[in-house]
Design a protein around this ligand. Structure first.
Ligand code: SF4
Length: 378
């Protein structure tokens, strides 16, 4: 069982919070399409021979900038080279402004069976503040259009913790999202990364992020509303109706191998991480003209793998299987960190039952900190 991720590194404009790899120039699009297919051949032996591809994910960037015909070409190339399961989950990240009636019809007729739509907000001033390319009206319209065209497996993205005088805008954003009746939502706190427009504005004193308590309150509101509307929180930022988890992302968190294609894409094969250079011209030249994939490869020691498992599993509702940590990686947390585990339970941040360590809602707010505390040193 494996997955394939394709990074489509183009966007119409730069969102002010975004530090993903993308270019707003589409000049290299056709060469990049060729390079993605060539990379499939160059890295044909990355995954286990004959491994079944259970999930394919077009991410970015903005993969909905590709036409349905271009997406079909990439899927055909994958099918020619890999054993794709007949019921594979095939996800396309899409921005609302790209989901025109004609485009949605074409996508509905393609093998793509899941849309992840980047709404982020229904509040027009917030969309403008974040420099999103779509309007609030287009947000809901895109989802309804996709549903009418037959897409049932839809996820929407929302961002909380955007500066506002009170919590009313976030409340209204959540209500508008629930009204769409989609089976999956991904909700992220606005984070200010240094190499973004917000990051630069912050350094110049032109952007004031809200206080931590404001963002924490949004998260609490989110958890309460999700539970009220029947969504399970299966990962810190991901919520779904029962049985509607993202198979692709769940496989990442379970440590399933995947091949990442395109500039800035990451891959994992069980022993090492492969990160392709985040540079469109250099990627295309290296792959097409030199027959190499410019990348860094990091071998993962058993300790690295244990820490990765701790980090990802504690973000999920299932939690961390302490027996697996002991049997697979030789780390006995209940013995080595007994005092800290007792403290987490006493302060209501985690539960420990039948060999599983799980964070509570209060603990999820401190997930990064708790994970760092539990990280094993060499
Ligand atoms: S559309 Fe997505 S990838 Fe592109 S700049 Fe905006 S957030 Fe980043």
């Amino acid at each position: 069982m494996s997955g394939i991720y394709l990074h489509i590194p183009f966007c119409k404009q730069a969102c002010h919070y975004c530090d993903f790899h993308f270019s707003t120039s589409m000049g290299l699009k056709s060469r990049l399409m060729e390079a993605l297919v060539a990379e499939m051949d160059l890295r044909a032996d990355y995954l286990q021979p004959g491994a079944t591809i259970e999930t394919i994910y077009f991410g970015g960037g903005t993969p909905s900038l590709l036409s349905a015909a271009e997406l079909d070409q990439l899927l055909a190339a994958i099918n020619q080279r890999f054993a794709v399961a007949s019921d594979a989950e095939i996800t396309l990240e899409a921005n609302p402004d790209d989901l025109t009636p004609a485009k949605v019809r074409e996508l509905a007729a393609s093998p793509i069976n899941r849309l992840s739509i980047g709404l982020q907000s229904f509040h027009e001033p917030h969309l403008r503040l974040m420099n999103r390319a779509h309007t609030a009206q287009e947000s809901g319209q895109a989802v309804r259009r996709a549903q009418e065209a037959g897409f049932e497996n839809i996820s929407v993205d929302l961002i909380y913790g955007v500066p506002a005088p009170d919590h009313g805008i976030w409340e209204a954003d959540m209500a508008a999202a629930f009204a769409l009746q989609v089976p999956h939502l991904s909700c992220y706190a606005l984070t200010i990364e240094p190499d973004t427009v917000f990051g630069r504005q912050l350094r110049k004193g032109q952007f004031r992020p809200p206080p931590d308590e404001f963002v924490a309150r949004h998260f609490e509101m989110l958890l309460a509303e999700m539970a009220h509307h029947g969504y399970e929180q299966y990962e810190i930022s991901n919520f779904c109706r029962p049985g509607r988890e993202s198979r692709h992302n769940s496989a990442y968190w379970a440590g399933v191998p995947y091949l990442g294609l395109g500039p800035s894409a990451h891959s994992f094969n069980g022993h090492s991480r492969h990160a392709t250079l985040a540079n469109n011209p250099r990627y295309v030249t290296a792959v097409l003209d030199e027959g190499t994939v410019p990348a860094t490869v990091e071998a993962l020691s058993p300790l690295d793998q244990a820490n990765e498992y701790l980090m990802t599993s504690l973000r999920t509702a299932r939690g961390c299987d302490l027996n697996r940590l002991r049997d697979q990686f030789g780390i006995d947390l209940p013995a080595s960190r007994a005092a800290y585990l007792a403290q987490l339970q006493a302060t209501g941040l985690a539960t420990l039952a039948a060999g599983w360590l799980r964070l509570t809602n209060a603990g999820k707010l401190l997930a990064d900190h708790i994970t760092l505390e539990l990280f094993q040193a060499a």
